[in-house]
Design a protein around this ligand. Structure first.
Ligand code: MN
Length: 293
């Protein structure tokens, strides 16, 4: 049976994005058996895309780029100057993903990643949809798909549920826009771990696997078995990426945006090996056994 590509967020292994850090993270991820490395694009200027592209390829890894926007560069703003800066940041990010050899840019592409003080306005949501519709054409020209990650209410006010992501994707109306579900956020916002998968179904293009406290898989209370079963039942064949954060590995800015205050683990390498086995075993166990005559 064809397996999902399994990925790991680089912040399990390093908080830096320079060529040396990406190479070490790639080698560690490959050693743990992963297929993909997710690179956060929080420091675009610090990336060495040409060198890292070679190092990722040498390690036999695919790459996914991820990010949220910023308060002064936010396509869901009512202020057109702030929207324009958000669009420029997204185009730069599409270029970074393509230059790294990747084909997926995902995350909170539709807003800043922080606790908003108010609901998104009608104008702000329309601005985000228009910006992403325009960006999707540019991304297609560079062979990049855009993922709308469903994030919890404390990190965005635009897309908190799978239903909202599907609605936004329908309004953007582009073939290279997919929905990205994350068990950590689903635990806060969704009814359960099954309905959102069925809701997204053919739009689903990326999945993050994280515990409720973003530490060791199985150490918290997320019902991963329901999620794995749902993914298998809808025939999801896309990538599944482990995401975890601890104060042991810090990326300036991003770690604070994500409220990573606690030390949930010290050894990212050991965590990476454990999570790879957890996801592979869970997905394999979720496949129905063949009928026997
Ligand atoms: Mn995530």
């Amino acid at each position: 049976m064809p397996g999902n590509l399994l990925g790991i967020h680089a912040l399990v292994l390093t908080g830096e994005v320079d060529a040396d850090a990406v190479r070490v993270a790639a080698d560690t991820a490959a050693d743990a058996g992963y297929d993909l490395l997710e690179v956060s694009l929080h420091d675009l200027d610090g990336l060495d895309t040409a060198t890292s592209r070679q190092d990722l390829a040498s390690a036999g890894l695919g790459v996914v780029g991820s990010r949220g926007l910023a308060p002064d560069a936010d396509v869901s703003s009512d202020d057109s100057a702030i929207v324009d800066r958000g669009v420029a940041l997204l185009r730069h990010s599409v270029d970074a993903v393509a230059d790294l050899g990747g084909s997926l840019l995902s995350g909170a592409l539709y807003s800043a990643l922080h606790k908003y003080a108010n609901p998104v306005s009608t104008v702000g949501r329309s601005n985000a949809i228009a910006a992403l519709a325009e960006l999707s054409s540019y991304a297609a020209s560079r062979g990049v798909t855009l993922g709308l990650e469903v994030c919890n209410r404390y990190e965005t006010n635009v897309v908190n549920t799978a239903h909202q992501a599907v609605c936004m994707a329908d309004e953007i109306d582009a073939d290279n826009v997919v929905v990205h579900l994350d068990s950590y956020h689903m635990n806060i916002e969704e009814d359960d771990f099954v309905r959102p998968v069925h809701e997204a179904r053919e739009r689903l293009g990326y999945v993050h696997i994280g515990e409720n406290h973003r530490g060791y898989l199985g150490a918290g209370h997320i019902d991963f078995w329901s999620l794995f079963h749902a993914l298998v039942n809808v025939g999801y064949t896309g990538p599944v990426t482990f995401e975890s954060f601890s104060s042991a590995v810090v990326a300036e800015g991003l770690s604070s945006d994500l409220a990573v205050w606690r030390n949930l683990w010290d050894d990212g390498g050991a965590l990476a090996h454990h999570a790879r086995r957890f996801m592979a075993d869970g997905l394999a166990a979720a496949h129905p056994t063949a009928c026997r005559s």
